[in-house]
Design a protein around this ligand. Structure first.
Ligand SMILES: [Zn+2]
Length: 74
């Protein structure tokens, strides 16, 4: 089953949240226009979702979904 962009954003946000991040809203990247990005309000780690990824691409990536929030600036 294909995930919609909305599903991808929700999934990325949920996995960042599970690592302690407080993510801002996603916005479309101005250069990689198939990519939408968000950053944590506390540590500024980023999470990305890719629309229509190629077979060899991951559709959710970025430090905020791979590392725990370090809470700097909180
Ligand atoms: Zn964070």
């Amino acid at each position: 089953m294909e995930m919609t962009l909305k599903d991808l954003k929700a999934s990325a946000k949920a996995s960042a949240l599970s690592r302690g991040h407080d993510m801002k809203r996603f916005h479309r990247d101005s250069y990689w226009t198939r990519t939408h990005l968000s950053a944590c309000r506390r540590c500024e780690m980023t999470a990305y979702v890719c629309e229509n990824p190629m077979a060899n691409e991951t559709n959710i990536f970025g430090p905020a979904v791979a590392q725990n929030c370090d809470g700097k600036g909180a």
